[in-house]
Design a protein around this ligand. Sequence first.
Ligand code: DGL
Length: 268
Amino acid sequence: MIGIFDSGYGGLTIFKEIEKKLPQHDFVYLGDNARTPYGERSQSIIYKYTTQAVDYLFSHDCDLIILACNTASALALRKIQQEYLPKHHKGKNVLGVIRPLAEEVGELSKNSKVAVLGTTSTVESGTYVEEFENIDRNIKVIQQACPLLVPLIEQSKENSPETSIVLMEYMRPIKKEEPDVVVLGCTHYGFLQNAIQNFFGDNTKVLDSGKVVAKKWIEYLENHPNIVSPATGEPIRKFLTTNSTEKFDIAAEKFLGRKIKSKTIKLT
Ligand code: DGL
């Protein structure tokens, strides 16, 4: 079973693409909607919440966890891989979303100017800047924190006038820099993919993070077939949230275009 974790709904943008490519696998999606946004929290809190999710998913039959959340990937993944897994879940794998996106940018163009939009914690962590430096020292990175977007998307207001106004405020200074590529470094922003691409126009490529991450991790799983096997019977789909199921089901149904019946769990 593959576990996909996000602080809220944002990881559904990653789940949707991975599920399309691996329909025969079992999946459980976990959204910590009760404690979102993570993006304004400290590193130690983000690490604590993420390890709680990791414990939950590994103790509920997951063989592999994908941290679909950029904030958790930026602030907790390395420590989880280096310290937490060897101690608490030896032999298990947790993957993130930042490395695959940085690699894709590196493959797309050399010497490019890249704009990264993310939560305050992701931007301040400098993780994207570090990853780009490892890939191509000539990539110029501009970052923009967009703290008001996640709360709006968690309230299912992605198509509302207030979201457009906030989005334009964040995008305008970035557009002036004429980036070649824009990375949506927060899964929630995937809900605004078309609006952002339209705003930047054809000379700027706004990466579809869900598609890129799905492509990269599927390549990885093909090269490591022992990590997780396809379902033996009817593939399982479980949706878990730390908040109300009614809210989760409405948002997930709207985005995935099918009936969803989630369950509330507690992370401790
Ligand atoms: N969806 C998460 C991300 O990709 C963060 C949203 C939040 O602030 O909780 O960064």
